[in-house]
Design a protein around this ligand. Structure first.
Ligand code: SAH
Ligand code: SF4
Ligand code: F3S
Length: 465
């Protein structure tokens, strides 16, 4: 249910003119959803007179937008907070204000504990309540240490996106748009259902409206985001149930929107409508991030993924029969409790069968509070390390093979930013590869036809076709 709130006040003239302007530095960890959230926090704070800065030294407020997915990610936050504590002391000696906030998934998971471990932190705000950040900061200025990690009853999306064209343009020609949040899947290794809460889909009208404003501001490519993006569902114009496929058809009709992507998908929610969208929509890029995590049915079951390796492979076959040029991407975890050599070999077999263009792989990290943490039979670190090395070598080989297979092809390139050399621009291929091209007469935001001429370690080279 949505409870209406008064919009935040427009800053007064002095603040707008910069006479009283304060600066915020936001450090983003974790996934694209955090990148999107950082943008919305910057929007909310701008209405309160904070200008974003890339230089921490000139900041009056530092926000760490954190990730809790693996132990390392969470620990990074505490080491950053240690450095910030020293900065705060120095500022205090100079008589200058300096505030520290922790937002995102560590904030949600640890709440009060952060204040205990890091006494210099002023505010802790979870991902469902970041729209309350300006208010939390006002309270903190009054001497309170604020923790806001309740699930808000009001809809944070209702008053966040900044539709100022100049600001949208300044952020570039590609944009993220969160359409779904949270997760009800409860994979036994994962913290997301606890940090982001249960699955919520944004309504169609809100999404279409935000997409149109982005396009109006010069955005050419939109990536729809969700922890479980293909579980998105909503009501169509006649009240009929829409799935992500339907939403993509609707968004593809927005004039000026050249490219659509979405991430991250779960194999169980890859329905026919979504696969048809890949067949029918030229706007929908032929790239799919579809994590499998493991190739062993036994481990998949223990992970609560609720599908088998064979089901995953036949799903990909079906998708490829509809969109033969689709590039596959995935996530893998090695060393889940109980994983044997034979289980790991099953994972390698799935990788061999799929031929990934891109992939991300991790050692299993025990997360307190998840069912996986309770399991016996944890895999020794050295075994995890050895498996990860083998898996990554295979994935890297496939990534190079995919890049090599592009050489000689003529493809569309969306130009995103200047390259290192004068006259050089960097763009993205339909398959999300970074491509360098000499294109003196083209501009950022153009989609041009190029011929791939070679491959580098992390990018491709091309000439105008
Ligand atoms: N919703 C997505 C994944 C989101 S988390 C999905 O269902 O696939 C991003 C990735 O982090 C996961 O795909 C997984 O590979 C990795 N990950 C999540 N929890 C992890 C853990 N405890 N240890 C190691 N990797 C983990
Ligand atoms: Fe985590 Fe599984 Fe949900 Fe993905 S589907 S966010 S891995 S619980
Ligand atoms: Fe990390 Fe939270 Fe994203 S745990 S991966 S920032 S949803």
């Amino acid at each position: 249910m949505t409870q209406k709130h008064v919009l935040l006040p427009v800053p007064d003239a002095a603040v707008r003119d910069g006479a009283n302007s304060r600066k915020v530095f936001i450090k983003t960890y974790g996934c694209q959803m955090n990148v999107y959230d950082s943008g919305r926090m910057a929007d909310a704070l701008a209405r309160d007179g904070y200008q974003p800065t890339e230089d921490m030294q000139e900041a009056d407020l530092v926000l760490l937008n954190t990730c809790h997915i693996r132990e390392k990610a969470a620990e990074k936050v505490y080491s950053a907070l240690g450095r910030l504590r020293d900065m705060k002391k120095q500022r205090a000696a100079e008589g200058r204000e300096f505030m520290i906030g922790v937002t995102g998934c560590v904030a949600q998971a640890e709440g009060e504990e952060i204040l205990r471990r890091a006494p210099s932190v002023d505010v802790v705000v979870g991902p469902q309540t970041y729209h309350r950040l300006p208010e939390a900061l006002r309270r903190a200025k009054g001497g309170e240490r604020v923790v806001e990690t309740d699930y808000a009853i009001e809809d944070k999306f209702e008053y966040l996106p900044d539709t100022d064209k100049a600001k949208i343009r300044a952020r570039g020609v590609t944009a993220f748009l969160t359409v779904q949040e949270g997760c009800d899947k409860f994979c036994t290794f994962c913290v997301v259902p606890y940090t982001r809460g249960s699955e919520v889909s944004r309504p169609v009208s809100q999404i279409v409206d935000e997409a149109m404003k982005l396009v109006d501001g010069g955005v050419r490519e939109i990536t729809l985001l969700g922890q479980n993006v293909n579980a998105w569902h909503g009501a169509g114009p006649k009240g009929e149930e829409w799935s992500l496929g339907d939403l993509l058809y609707r968004l593809a009709a927005i004039p000026g929107l050249a490219r659509l992507r979405y991430t991250t998908s779960h194999p169980r929610d890859m329905d026919d409508r979504l696969i048809e969208a890949h067949r029918d929509l030229r706007t929908l890029m032929p790239y799919l991030h579809l994590p499998v995590q493991s190739g062993s049915d036994r481990i998949l079951k223990a992970m609560n993924r609720r599908h088998t390796a064979a089901e995953y492979l036949s799903l990909i076959e079906r998708i490829r029969s509809m969109r033969p040029d689709i590039a596959m991407s995935g996530d893998f975890i090695v060393g889940f409790p109980g994983e044997t050599d034979a289980d790991f070999e099953d994972t390698l077999r799935v990788v061999e069968a799929v031929r990934y263009a891109q992939a991300f792989s991790f050692k299993y990290s025990t997360r307190p509070g998840t069912p996986g943490a309770e399991l016996d039979d944890q895999v020794p670190e050295a075994v995890k390390a050895e498996r990860l090395e083998r898996l990554q070598a295979l994935l890297l080989k496939q990534q190079h093979e995919f890049a090599e297979s592009c050489v000689g092809k003529v493809i569309d390139l969306l130009l995103e930013k200047p390259g290192r050399m004068p006259g050089q621009l960097i763009g993205r291929s339909p398959w999300l590869q970074s491509v360098n091209v000499d294109a003196k007469t083209s501009r950022i935001g153009d989609i041009i036809s190029v011929r791939i001429t070679g491959t580098g370690p992390n990018s491709l080279f091309a000439e105008v076709a």
